[in-house]
Design a protein around this ligand. Structure first.
Ligand code: NAD
Length: 332
């Protein structure tokens, strides 16, 4: 049956990949995208032709706007909420904007969902809520020990969603993606930063010893998992928090080496930088709950996903060179 989906943050990295995924896979669905187009939101992430479709609607606005969110939620069967401030380092400089967007914005959506009964509300949280792994693999019962204001704001957001589920019985599902990578990711994040530096013939800076590892999830695998959350049996899913990850981890240093090798640059292009606060040492996801509840597992090997991602950046220099120019103008 055709659905009406409201996607928040659909001009960002994962959100825009999800917009592509839904519009291409379900051409009869009506899609509403709301995005305030912060520095991380980019209309170039959404194909021009989508804007001409009668069942695609883009609204520039903020999720903290109560009236707007009530109006948009009233049109939707399903809300998938990606919009957030998402950069760990930026959260250390600007804590309050993370509280405002991530915690307050999510509460505004909860309120809108409570008022306009929807079929389901998928809240995109983050593996960052766990902090660094105390035990591996990290399952959904791992303690929530945030390392950064970003992580704390994501806990505030998802626990607010859980409280609305418990108190008001909203049909909410919490998804905790591990580190995503793929096309359209802002160059502030480590994999696109390394790729665009290598393609520009610059050195890659690895912080500390580079041995911090993450569970890297190809963004199209994330979209497939979220699709399962949109279409699975809501009675089994509501109130649940579900990790989406691969169950394998790779260090930052190893990724720098893989990117240099793939782009034909020498190994000594790596330099070691200082320590960065707020970074976790290890993240490795348990995959059982996603397999049982979403009937999903990641299907892209890291080397394969990384090669596809490098190819995408190689083919789309205008997309990332524009962002580099903006970054450069801020450092001058
Ligand atoms: N990228 C990852 O590896 C990763 C991993 C786990 C979880 N997540 C979560 O997934 C979601 C998407 O992450 P991403 O990497 O695509 O982020 P992103 O920074 O690329 O995109 C965020 C989008 O939200 C929009 N936005 C910000 N504030 C807004 C507001 N007040 N109102 C409306 N729109 C607003 C931005 O303009 C941007 O388009 C976030 O909730 C993030 O916490 C990301």
């Amino acid at each position: 049956m055709s659905k009406k989906i409201l996607i928040t943050g659909g001009a960002g990295f994962i959100g825009s990949n999800f917009v592509h995924y839904i519009v291409n896979k379900y051409p009869d669905y009506t899609v509403y995208v709301v995005d305030s187009l912060t520095y991380a939101g980019n209309l170039d992430n959404i194909p021009r032709e989508f804007f001409d479709l009668p069942n695609f609607h883009f609204v520039e606005g903020t999720i903290t706007d109560e009236l707007l969110m009530k109006k948009l939620t009233a049109k939707a069967d399903v809300v998938v909420h990606f919009a957030a401030e998402s950069h760990v380092s930026y959260s250390i400089q600007n804590v309050s904007v993370f509280v405002e967007t991530n915690v307050k914005g999510t509460q505004v959506i909860c309120e809108a969902v409570k008022e306009n009964v929807v079929e389901r509300f998928i809240n995109i949280s983050s593996s960052e809520v766990y902090g660094s792994a105390l035990t591996v693999p990290m399952d959904e019962n791992h303690p929530l020990l945030p390392y950064s204001p970003y992580a704390a704001s994501k806990i505030g957001a998802e626990r607010m969603v859980y409280a609305y589920y418990k108190t008001f019985n909203i049909p909410a599902v919490i998804i905790r993606p591990f580190n995503n990578y793929g096309s359209y990711q802002h160059i502030e994040k480590v994999i696109p930063r390394f790729i665009t530096q290598a393609l520009s013939g610059e050195r890659l800076t690895v912080h500390d010893d580079g041995l911090q590892s993450r569970d890297w999830l190809y963004v199209e695998d994330s979209c497939a998992a979220i699709d399962k959350a949109v279409h699975g049996n809501i009675d089994n899913l509501k109130g649940e928090s579900i990790n989406i990850g691969t169950g394998k981890d790779t260090s930052i240093l190893k990724i720098a080496e893989m990117i240099l090798e793939y782009t034909g640059k020498p190994r000594d292009f790596i330099s070691i930088g200082d320590t960065r606060p707020g970074q976790v040492d290890q993240h490795l996801s348990s995959t059982e709950k996603a397999r049982d509840l979403l009937e999903w597992k990641a299907s892209t090997e890291f080397s394969q996903g990384l090669a596809r991602t490098i190819d995408w950046y190689q083919k789309n220099p205008l997309w990332w060179q524009k962002l580099r120019k903006i970054e450069l103008s801020h450092t001058l």
